[in-house]
Design a protein around this ligand. Structure first.
Ligand code: C5P
Length: 239
């Protein structure tokens, strides 16, 4: 439906979003609004982005009791998000409730926002999983299991590392979405991301959408960086 490039608008205010988007005027983007921006600007920021013609991934990672998630999702469907997410750790019933809420809140004649699950945060490592969360299984096994649970609960996909995309497609089928952050151009710094892949490699691994933040938001020329992203995703080499 949308472009495969999800631009992470990790900014603290609408003003900074507007400044960043100025060179893209007339180009419909798929943008991601996370907690930082949403908790400052509220639902109005989604309405604003939609008015500009952009699709919106509202990355709020809901995790609560099923009824609360259902009611919250009802509201987010009305706000006009195209893609939303939850923590798979909330369990099957919570994920089913998320879909029920989205169905209930979607205005008639429009498509229900798609909903994906966070399996394990990339900030969770093997030590934390075992020592803090008391989960004995290897991290990768929990990722596969949470993805399968999300699939059985009716979700549309997961957020995952591109490296996990093959495993997830194998377990959940080709149409189950793999939305992958941790993307960097080959000649760029990784920042705080531990394992990064290039746009081209992400596509080869089966990513449906790549989430790209600082490679665009901190680029000297964001429009040029976006064009490079498109070029490399489509198999082109660096010019
Ligand atoms: O700047 P960068 O490209 O690293 O930004 C990646 C975006 O994807 C950020 O908004 C980050 O919060 C998000 N994200 C991530 N890893 C996850 C889930 C989301 O980097 N597992």
């Amino acid at each position: 439906m949308h472009t495969p490039f999800i631009v992470a608008l990790d900014f603290p205010s609408k003003q900074e979003v507007e400044r960043f988007l100025r060179p893209f005027a007339g180009t419909p983007l798929f943008v991601k609004v996370g907690m930082e921006l949403y908790y400052q600007e509220g639902p109005a920021i989604v309405a604003f982005l939609k008015e500009q013609g952009h699709a919106v991934f509202l990355d709020l990672k809901l995790h609560d009791i099923p009824n609360t998630v259902k009611q919250a999702m009802k509201g987010l469907a009305r706000v006009g998000a195209d893609l939303v997410n939850v923590h798979a750790a909330g369990g099957r019933r919570m994920m089913e409730a998320a879909i029920e809420g989205l169905d209930a809140g979607t205005p008639s004649g429009t498509m229900r926002p798609r909903c994906i699950a966070v399996t394990q945060l990339t900030s969770t490592d093997e030590r934390m999983l075992h020592e803090e969360l008391w989960i004995d299984r290897p991290l990768v096994e929990t990722v596969g299991h949470y993805a399968a649970l999300a699939n059985e609960s009716g979700l549309d996909g997961v957020v995952c590392s591109a490296n996990e995309a093959p495993l997830i497609k194998e377990r959940c089928g080709a149409s189950f979405l793999a939305v992958t952050p941790g993307i960097r151009f080959a000649d760029e710094a990784a920042h705080d991301q531990v394992r990064v892949v290039t746009p081209k490699r992400a596509r080869e691994l089966g990513a449906d959408y790549i989430v790209v933040g600082r490679s665009l938001t901190r680029a000297a020329d964001p429009l040029k960086a976006y064009e490079r992203l498109q070029h490399e995703w489509n198999g082109g080499e660096k010019e």
